[in-house]
Design a protein around this ligand. Structure first.
Ligand SMILES: NC(=O)c1ccc[n+]([C@@H]2O[C@H](COP(=O)([O-])OP(=O)(O)OC[C@H]3O[C@@H](n4cnc5c(N)ncnc54)[C@H](OP(=O)(O)O)[C@@H]3O)[C@@H](O)[C@H]2O)c1
Length: 333
């Protein structure tokens, strides 16, 4: 095979991304150079942060270029190799392009062991997702046994792991998610103490007060916007907010109308800190060790929403904004 299917960014989304913002094309597979490997994509991660890269506003990662392939974390199999560090049949994880087949340099690829965990887990609990949950909560949340942890986006990839780590560390854990079914899952499968379905709640601030009678000590924020505004009315003295993501405003075309956080923070000597998992690269090995250990001990569980076939990668990405996933959203090729 000399050609491969590729997914390019065709137009920069305005508001909610649409399928027509993407284009599937057929491109040539370049001749394998010394130091390179030929890869066949097996599992593709779709992530909310990719929305930021689809716009041309400056951010912490470069915008995707128009009419060029999109990239994300991918697990791939080595089909051919001209790099001594990789053998044919190895499985690797790396930031790769949305292509069925591609060549890549060896740097930036890490081998994954399919005997140790299912391949897709390296995109979720044993990848960026798990590290975000673990490092965000421990480094910024600084949890102390007995405290109350509130998690938004709780039934998603990061949120469902944050809550479980909270339980392991002896916290009372409250999750916010978008359906009753997700709330049930948080309690019955992941051990959350209480859940709030924000789509069925008119007064979020009052619902949080009921769910957190002793107030919120740590808020792990995956969604931003109005849900996070409501949390401010319930924060405790010396509470910590981990600003991990703000999916509720990623598609805004106007600046969001949020309330002023400063008076709340001053009154409660409370802190809010932005968090990027890549700022803690030196702690990634420790994080993976800890997550693997808890996984082996059955203290951590994970769930995935797996879509199939290459052509559905854009749809899987769009579905994140509709809350169609439980746990990590991946596409299996
Ligand atoms: N800072 C970092 O280093 C880092 C790393 C990874 C991820 N993140 C961020 O962490 C957050 C979660 O990422 P993830 O990969 O775990 O995604 P995810 O939570 O698995 O998927 C997105 C979820 O967001 C919820 N959502 C969608 N639109 C919403 C809205 N308008 N209001 C409230 N909730 C909404 C949906 O669940 P519901 O059904 O509950 O609405 C959906 O399932 C994202 O904001 C992401 O950007 C940050």
């Amino acid at each position: 095979m000399n050609t491969t299917k590729t997914i390019n960014l065709k137009t920069r989304p305005k508001g909610k991304p649409k399928l027509t913002d993407f284009e599937i094309s057929t491109t040539d597979i370049p001749y394998l150079q010394q130091g390179e490997v030929l890869l066949s994509s097996k599992y593709v991660s779709v992530d909310p942060y990719l929305r930021g890269r689809m716009s041309d506003a400056p951010s912490y990662v470069e915008p995707f270029k128009l009419n060029k392939p999109i990239s994300s974390a991918i697990i791939a199999e080595v089909l051919e190799t001209k790099n001594a560090n990789f053998n044919k049949g190895d499985f690797v994880s790396g930031m790769l392009q949305w292509k069925e087949i591609q060549t890549a340099k060896g740097d930036g690829l890490s081998k994954v062991d399919k005997e140790q965990a299912p391949l897709s887990a390296y995109l979720g609990i044993l990848g960026m997702t798990g590290l975000t949950a673990y490092l965000g909560l421990t480094e910024i949340g600084k949890p102390k046994k007995g405290e109350t942890l509130l998690v938004s986006g709780a039934a998603g990839a990061v949120g469902s792991i944050v809550g479980q780590i909270g339980k392991i560390l002896g916290l009372r854990v409250v999750g916010i998610a978008g359906t009753d079914e997700k709330i049930e899952m948080l309690k019955s499968e992941f051990g959350f103490d209480v859940g709030i379905n924000y789509n069925a709640t008119e007064n979020m601030s009052a619902a949080i007060a009921t769910a957190c009678p002793e107030g919120v000590d740590i808020y792990f924020d995956n969604v931003g916007g109005e849900i996070s505004d409501a949390v401010l009315f319930n924060i405790n003295k010396f509470s910590r907010t981990i600003n991990c993501g703000a999916i509720s405003v990623y598609n805004n075309t106007e600046p969001p109308k949020s309330i002023s956080v400063q008076p709340f923070l001053v009154k409660k000597s409370s802190s809010m800190q932005g968090f990027l998992v890549f700022d803690y690269v030196d702690k990634h090995p420790e994080g993976i060790r800890k997550l693997s250990e808890w996984l082996e001990q059955d203290k951590l569980k994970y769930t995935e929403t797996i879509m199939e076939v290459f052509e559905n990668i854009p749809q899987a990405f769009l579905d994140l904004f509709e809350g169609k996933n439980k746990g990590k959203m991946v596409v299996k090729l």
